[in-house]
Design a protein around this ligand. Structure first.
Ligand code: UD1
Length: 423
């Protein structure tokens, strides 16, 4: 297995291009199942999660072609589809569950294995299945598969109130509702930019959707959707991750394609910590204001709050801040697996349940470390860039799921980083 070797200490200067959003792309791709006509995505990120979704859709009978070095994904799902999403593919990635809504809407039935994904908590699917049940689906679990069937062969519109603003459930119900009979209202819907991106694409395909980006989304079902070409929104998590690079290492980096509205709550915390973010005509420019980073408390929340997917990276920054920061993780249980690794690098962190208390130290020290999920992996790279000496981050396959060309992007701004094969 490959690892990443980082030697800390250099300030970073230059530009980093930000890719299209992994999490948007993973919900836009299954939307191909909703139409017989081609759906083309541009600005797609080159990631192993996208290859997994490609395999899954191909196994269901979609034609999926990667063009322009993976930045364009051309899909077409004409004719009959296979409605069983097999465990062998689904287990690689939780987002595989996003084929459930579209398959049910198209065919009236589906069998989808319960997913795997990052090891960051239980991650059940009850909000998805309860919503689909309200739309007239009968769903039961057999042999690890959800067996779903629309009573009467077609889903019906319904008023659905989520107990929690789940991103995946909002996406599944939104897609399913586009072809349902009548109107659907989702209350307490997730408001993430990836939801708005999905709704924008579905509207381009002929869907009738209002209210995306707010907590109430209304969908009027239509008989069919047509083809479209859609540009994937910027990846706000990749953006936030690379914004932390100059914050941690010093220097000034411009994030090409960056937008403040995608990372508002995150920027507010950076400001308190002593980091300057300015808008340019190409994106966002980030540098330290002056002196040492200051401690700041962070609580993760659904959008527009501070994203859970930036919590690990923010912790890496706060390890060398002046003072004590409290990080509260409210979205997932068990999402502090990076803390013991950061402690091996000299960080002072205490974890109690969903709260981590980080007392800043002057310097971190390089060490061999290992990550157990995607965002934890990149937080260890950021910590390594700030540390004295050499840090080796093992289990790089997590990174490949969500960060394209990670070595090229960091080294392009002057970081001392390389990928070491087979260790
Ligand atoms: C998506 C993102 C992920 C991000 C998360 C929260 C994708 C592919 N992944 O994941 O990167 O960290 O949003 O911003 O877009 N829950 C239930 N029952 C359900 C569904 C969810 O209890 O049926 C719970 C989960 O266990 C978790 C919380 O709700 O504790 C958030 O989950 P959700 O918003 O659904 O996240 P995902 O869509 O899985």
């Amino acid at each position: 297995m490959d690892s990443i070797l980082v030697r800390g200490g250099s300030p970073l200067n230059g530009q980093i291009p930000i890719a299209g959003a992994k999490n948007a792309c993973l919900t836009l791709m299954p939307a191909t199942l909703l139409s017989d006509e081609p759906l083309t995505l541009t600005n797609a990120p080159r990631l192993s999660d996208i290859r997994t979704m490609t395999q899954l859709l191909q196994s269901l009978g979609a034609e999926v072609t990667s063009l322009q070095d993976g930045q364009v994904i051309a899909m077409s799902t004409h004719g009959a589809v296979n409605t069983r999403a097999e465990y062998d593919i689904v287990r690689k990635m939780r987002a595989s569950n996003l084929v459930l809504g579209p398959l049910l809407a198209r065919e009236g039935h589906a069998q989808v294995s319960l997913p795997g994904g990052c090891a960051i908590g239980a991650r059940p699917m009850d909000i998805h299945t309860d919503g689909l049940a309200k739309m007239g689906a009968e769903i039961d679990l057999q042999d690890g598969y959800l067996h779903a069937k629309a009573v009467g062969g077609k889903l019906k519109g319904a008023v659905i109130e989520f107990p929690f603003a789940s991103v995946g459930a909002t996406e599944n119900i939104l897609m399913a509702a586009t072809l349902a009979k009548g109107s659907t209202v989702i209350k307490n819907a997730a408001r993430e930019p990836e939801i708005v991106d999905l709704a924008t694409c579905l509207r381009a395909m002929g869907a009738q959707i209002d209210g995306d980006g707010t907590s109430t989304i209304e969908i009027q079902g239509v008989d069919r959707l047509h083809g479209a070409t859609h540009r994937v929104v910027t990846d706000r998590i990749e953006l936030g991750t690379y914004m932390l690079a100059p914050a941690i290492c010093g220097g000034e980096v411009e994030l090409l394609g960056g937008r403040i509205d995608l990372v508002g709550a995150f920027c507010e915390k950076l400001d308190v910590a002593g980091i300057s973010v300015t808008e340019t005509d190409k994106g966002l420019k980030v540098s330290r204001k002056n002196g040492r980073i200051r401690a700041v408390d962070v609580t993760t929340e659904p959008f527009p709050g501070f994203p859970t997917d930036l919590q690990a990276q923010m912790m890496a920054l706060l390890c060398t801040a002046e003072g004590t920061s409290v990080l509260e993780e409210k979205i997932f249980e068990n999402r502090f697996m990076h803390a013991p690794e950061l402690i091996r690098m000299g960080a002072k962190i205490e974890v109690h349940g969903g709260t981590a208390t980080v007392t800043g130290v002057e310097k971190l020290k390089g060490a061999p470390v290992m990550a157990t999920d995607l965002r934890a992996s990149v937080s260890l790279i950021l910590a390594g860039l700030a540390a004295e000496g050499e840090t080796r981050v093992a289990r790089v396959y997590h990174l490949d799921r969500g960060y394209e060309h990670v070595v090229r992007k960091f080294s392009g701004v002057g970081a001392d980083i390389e990928r070491v094969q087979g260790e």
